[in-house]
Design a protein around this ligand. Structure first.
Ligand code: HEM
Length: 348
């Protein structure tokens, strides 16, 4: 039984301390980029770089496969990074911008909601961009590299390989102030989630299917302690949480004095594999986040979650399709709205 194995072994309890790996610098170029011209008003396309950087996917792939071997946590980190990029100002690489030194105007990545985005995700994109720049200078947007890297990591972890359409330009704005209303919270209600996803052009099906990316990766205690000790002001734990899992979680995440670096798997059954284990876990009350378990309780979302738990292939196919939709949110094209950055961390 899932929970017994949880109780009897510490294998499911993972401790990650905040990474201190330095970010390597991409080589900025000084000249104005000869960005792609004629496609400005067209849709994203699979062959967008067929003339300007035909080896793009191989270049990014060489970095993602190396990172997956050496720093596997880069996979969930990058997938989440892509999600947080797309939901704020569209998929335009604005999450990668660093706050200017001394500036009070914080960039997106420094918003409270983005504090737990792991460095390993940012670092994967910086490395991929540096390699791409060395072969195709000033041609490929950071936002396209992020979209390709997220797909690669999903596939490397056992998930679907879907075609990534390209042609995104990088945004010219990155503002922490607009993040809170665009990023869902671990205690969001299903109503709030449905509304937020709808505002991005995503359906209830997309919401459930995309939440399936919690089949890999981890959450820090603060993302779910509300469920362990004082659920909705009741001074009691969330009654929908499996009692044995509750005990385990309380041991790793005490009411006070715990380490802020502790992170536990979102999918307690197969936390390193991109499968439908997240959905089967929800079926036995093993969802870690309140917002995840809620999907299995609400009549609008439960049938979809049940179907994803029943049919892994169906989930993988639906996930690839939904990522394509998510990757098209608020896409910018052309110099008026965008740019092709040389260093993903700073505007041109
Ligand atoms: C439906 C609403 C969602 C909510 C409320 C939500 C919330 C969260 C929270 C609270 C965490 C843990 C953060 C931490 O404590 O470190 C997390 C992790 C994660 N989320 Fe979501 N998320 C949602 C949807 C998504 C979507 C749509 C994706 C991608 C398509 C995604 C990908 C991930 C990944 C991969 C992780 C693990 C990150 C890591 O281990 O570094 N999430 N999410």
């Amino acid at each position: 039984m899932h929970v017994l194995s949880l109780s009897s072994s510490s294998i499911f309890l993972f401790l990650f301390l905040t990474s201190t790996i330095p970010i390597s610098a991409a080589e900025p170029t000084t000249s104005q980029p000869p960005a792609p011209r004629r496609r400005q008003h067209r849709e994203l396309s699979g062959d967008y770089y067929s003339k300007t950087c035909p080896q793009l996917e191989n270049l990014v792939g060489s970095i993602t496969s190396q990172r997956f071997k050496e720093v596997p946590i880069s996979a969930p980190a990058t997938i989440r990074l892509f999600f947080h990029d797309c939901f704020v100002e569209g998929c335009d690489g604005s999450i990668l911008i660093e706050t200017e030194k001394g500036s009070k105007r914080l960039a997106e990545r420094d918003a409270e909601e983005n504090k737990e985005l792991r460095e390993e995700g940012f670092e994967s994109i910086i490395k991929a961009k540096a390699l791409v720049e060395s072969h195709c200078p000033s041609r490929v947007s950071c936002s396209d590299i992020l979209a390709i890297a997220a797909r690669d990591f999903i596939h490397l972890a056992g998930g679907p390989y879907y075609q990534v359409k390209k042609g995104r330009w990088d945004g010219k704005r990155s503002t922490a102030a607009v993040v809170p209303q665009n990023i869902p919270r671990s205690n969001s209600t299903v109503d709030q989630l449905i509304k937020l996803f709808a505002s991005k052009g995503l359906t209830v099906d997309d919401l459930v299917v995309l939440s399936g990316s919690h089949t890999i990766g981890f959450a820090h205690c603060k993302s779910f302690t509300g469920r362990l000790y004082d659920y909705k002001g009741t001074k009691r734990p969330d009654p929908t949480l499996d009692p044995r899992l509750l005990k385990e979680l309380r041991m790793s995440c005490p009411f006070s004095g715990g380490s802020s670096g502790v992170a536990l798997p979102l999918d307690t059954t197969t936390p390193f594999v991109f499968d439908n284990g997240y959905f089967t876990g929800l079926g036995t009350n093993l969802g870690l986040l309140g917002s995840d378990q809620a999907l299995f309780l609400d009549p609008r979302t439960k049938p979809i979650a049940v179907e994803m738990a029943r049919d892994k292939q169906r989930f993988l196919k639906a996930f690839g399709d939904a990522m394509g939709k998510m990757g098209s949110i608020g896409v910018k094209r052309g110099r008026k709205h965008g740019e092709i950055r040389t260093d993903c961390r700073v505007f041109l």
